[in-house]
Design a protein around this ligand. Structure first.
Ligand code: HPA
Ligand code: MOS
Length: 744
């Protein structure tokens, strides 16, 4: 079947609406009759005993105040239900909700906040990974992946290097904050409009905490103004607070966090502190690696164990390591529970490995690209991961070769050396990093999806899936698939808002797999519909689509169908740390060149070239957008976004004035993104998932900074934290100057 829409630049279904302002977000839904504003009093302490909560008898305009006592159940959590929605006797992070306020006006909300009296007794918080390790404050057990004998191989290795690699957290900085509107119905039924990647989890948590059946709660998601993982597990909190108000007051209730509050109270990307030891030959071949990952999980489990699992399965990245020991421990601290964030631990694992590669190159005084080529996964040999999944359809060697040529790596490396030999005021760095990103949820049962396709009497089509639209274009991709499968004009296909009423027990739109899982499920439904219609067509060979649909209806042929998909071949076993967790890998390489001011540490990205294997894109224009946007978001993580807290755990960088996301001036002066022409044999229409992997391509920028520091560290292996902020770079430069080791 020829694809009329798949593989083409069909415009994003919200392209017009976003530009004209017609697109509707939660806060754009017109106010409802008797609607209440919902807000909450949160813990001002990272760790404190709650001695008493005194609620005022009456505040003008305030309709209700609720505490943990008003909930049927108070525990939530996507993996372990260990987190109270409303703190009762102890609060464990700043921003933890304690009292829910429902009021007619903002002024009344503020008056209520002043009138509520909570007595605390401050306790000592744990605010860093080191403190958590010292206190043995962990979430769950240390887990491991082991292959071969790392200790023995390290003992006999020609070279061994070890160190500690710190990488920082990241705020999601979605433009639409957490938000929900809940409308009460009959007999406890609730209709919830939620800005969430995971309508089913919002439904489940609301039902459980309020003592309802899931069947009484309908959660709808039209779209999100960005999510990036921040609305995978943490959209539940605002939605449940609004649901409590709606259920008890029988009035519509809306909650919308303001930006600063959102940044204070929600969890972020996990910071990691990783210890590593790696053995290698004089030729640069890695013989063994030991890595101990420690993540800051915050106060509750949230998705931390799964994030750690992804870090661990990305610890070796694109490189074959015969003897590997990878340990992962989640630390419990008194920060908001850290959560999913684009890449989901993958960036933290991959950055650790790419740092190791740069250090091996520095130790041997070699070009880091040579080290990468020597250790890159092979096609037929040296192609099993430490967890024993075979890297199939490996395009990494091709990507390295093609990008090296396309971006003129050799000549530019020579030019960087020449520049650094002559400049006393600036240094340059150049590095090409890689990514191999495993596609599938690393929790097996989440890899399923269902779809509902209805054909109406006039031949128009509605498709509903569990996929949620957060700007990434999944609705457009599903629409293209459905139009092609049914062989109808695109204009006849509507993708409906996501609703738990249409699609039950869905997974979060996450793990880059929204289009894969839901695209396959939609196709499954369409194929059965098309089969039935093809059968009708044999009797009416001249009928066009609308006539055919009418004829099928008259013959009482069902014109609705439900599709299902479960990812084949995947398996994982934590007791052995082995399995086949991913259906396939999205791969890529990126080469970045940076310029650093030696007196201020100021960083400028001169050029970045990204070359990926994203299969045959379902929609090249949308995928190009993902490559560009993902890279820029990664650029923020590796260079400018720095979460700073007081020694009491108060977030200082809680607005764009103090938290620096990239703007147009921070982009590479020369920036190209492209992909190779290759089909993915195991995924929908030959495509590959593209949501998260491009974020990791920005690690090349960080590696280029590390490379630049080699020119001023006089043979020492330079150290560098992530993010490489101007301040961090200046501190490293100053350190080398003070110790008199500056070369150049
Ligand atoms: N990615 C995103 N969300 C998840 C995953 C994952 O791999 N596993 C469980 N939840
Ligand atoms: Mo995403 S970080 O898989 O929501």
């Amino acid at each position: 079947m020829s694809a009329k829409y798949v593989g083409h630049d069909v415009p994003h279904d919200s392209a017009r609406g976003h530009v004209s302002g017609e697109s509707i977000y939660i806060d754009d839904i017109p106010p409802m009759h008797r609607e209440l504003i919902v807000d909450f009093v949160w813990s001002p302490y990272a760790h404190a005993k709650i001695k008493s909560i005194a609620l005022p008898e009456h505040v003008d305009g305030v309709v209700a105040l609720y505490t943990h006592r008003d909930l049927v159940h108070n525990e939530l959590g996507p993996i372990i239900a260990d987190e109270p929605l409303l703190a009762s006797d102890v609060c464990t992070f700043i921003g933890q909700p304690i009292v829910v306020i429902a009021a007619e006006t903002r002024e009344a909300i503020n008056a209520a906040k002043r009138a509520i009296r909570i007595e605390y007794e401050e306790l000592t918080p744990i605010l860093t990974i080191e403190d958590a390790i010292a206190a043995r404050s962990f979430i769950g057990e240390t887990r491991f992946i082991r292959r071969g004998d790392a200790d023995a191989a390290l003992a006999s290795a020609e070279h061994v290097l070890e160190g500690v690699f710190d990488n920082g957290g990241q705020d999601h900085f979605y433009l639409e904050s957490q938000a929900a509107l809940v409308v009460p119905g009959e007999h406890g039924a609730l209709t919830v409009h939620s800005s969430t990647q995971h309508p089913t989890e919002v439904q489940e948590v609301i039902a459980h905490l309020l003592g309802l059946d899931m069947s009484q709660v309908v959660v709808n998601t039209k779209r999100m103004g960005g999510a990036f993982g921040g609305k995978e597990a943490q959209a539940t909190h605002p939605a449940t607070m609004a649901a409590l108000v709606a259920l008890r007051t029988k009035r519509p209730a809306r909650i919308v966090y303001d930006k600063d509050s959102d940044m204070h109270v929600t969890g972020k990307r996990h910071p990691f502190r990783n210890r590593y030891k790696v053995g290698f030959t004089s030729a640069g071949e890695i013989v063994a690696m030991k890595v101990e990952f420690y993540s800051d999980g915050g106060a509750y489990a949230d998705l931390s164990p799964a994030v750690m699992a992804r870090a661990m399965t990305h610890a070796e990245n694109a490189y074959f390591i015969p003897n590997a020991e990878i340990l992962g421990t989640v630390c419990r601290t008194n920060l908001p529970p850290n959560t999913a964030f684009r890449g989901f631990g993958g960036p933290q694992g991959v950055a650790t490995m790419e740092n190791i590669i740069e250090e091996i190159a520095a130790t041997l005084n070699r070009d880091a690209l040579e080290i990468r080529r020597i250790n890159c996964y092979g096609i037929d040999t040296r192609n099993t991961t430490p967890y024993l999944e075979v890297v199939e359809n490996n395009t990494l060697p091709r990507l390295f070769t093609e990008l090296e040529q396309r971006c003129d790596y050799r000549a530019r490396m020579d030019a960087v050396h020449a520049f650094n030999d002559s400049s006393r005021t600036q240094i340059k760095g150049l590095s090409m990093s890689a990514v191999k990103f495993g596609i599938s949820f690393n929790t097996k049962f989440l890899n399923q999806a269902n779809a509902l396709v209805n054909i109406y009497l006039d031949g128009s089509v509605q498709v509903s899936t569990g996929a949620t639209e957060m700007g990434q274009g999944v609705n457009t991709k599903i629409r293209q698939i459905v139009a092609d499968e049914l062989r109808v004009p695109l204009a006849r296909v509507q993708v409906m808002q996501t609703s738990t009423e249409k699609n039950n027990n869905t997974s979060a739109t996450a793990a880059s797999s929204g289009a894969d899982l839901n695209g396959f499920a939609a196709r499954d439904a369409c194929m059965r519909l098309r089969q039935r219609l093809d059968d009708v067509q044999t009797r009416y060979p001249d009928f066009d689509w609308p006539k055919l649909v009418k004829a099928a209806y008259m013959e009482r042929v069902p014109l609705g169908e439900r599709g299902f998909y479960a990812t084949p071949r995947i398996d994982w076993d934590w007791t052995s740390g082995q399995g086949h967790p991913f259906l396939y890998f999205t791969m890529g390489t990126a080469c970045s060149e940076v310029l650093i001011d030696r007196f201020t540490g100021e960083l400028k990205v001169l050029r970045s070239d990204v070359l990926m294997d994203i299969g045959k894109p379902l929609n090249p224009g949308i995928d190009r957008g993902q490559l560009v946007g993902g890279f820029i978001q990664g650029l923020g993580w590796v260079t400018t976004e720095d979460l700073r807290y007081t020694d009491k755990g108060v977030l200082l960088s809680h607005s764009p004035t103090t938290y620096k996301i990239p703007n147009v001036n921070d982009l590479p002066e020369h920036f190209s993104v492209d992909w190779i022409d290759v089909e993915n044999p195991v995924n929908i229409k030959g495509s590959k998932a593209v949501g998260e992997p491009p974020l990791l391509m920005a690690i090349s920028v960080w590696c280029a900074v590390k490379h630049a520091l080699r020119f001023v560290s006089n043979g020492e292996v330079p150290k560098l934290r992530l993010p490489a902020t101007n301040e961090e770079i200046l501190m490293r430069l100053t350190e080398y100057t003070k110790r008199g080791v500056v070369a150049v």
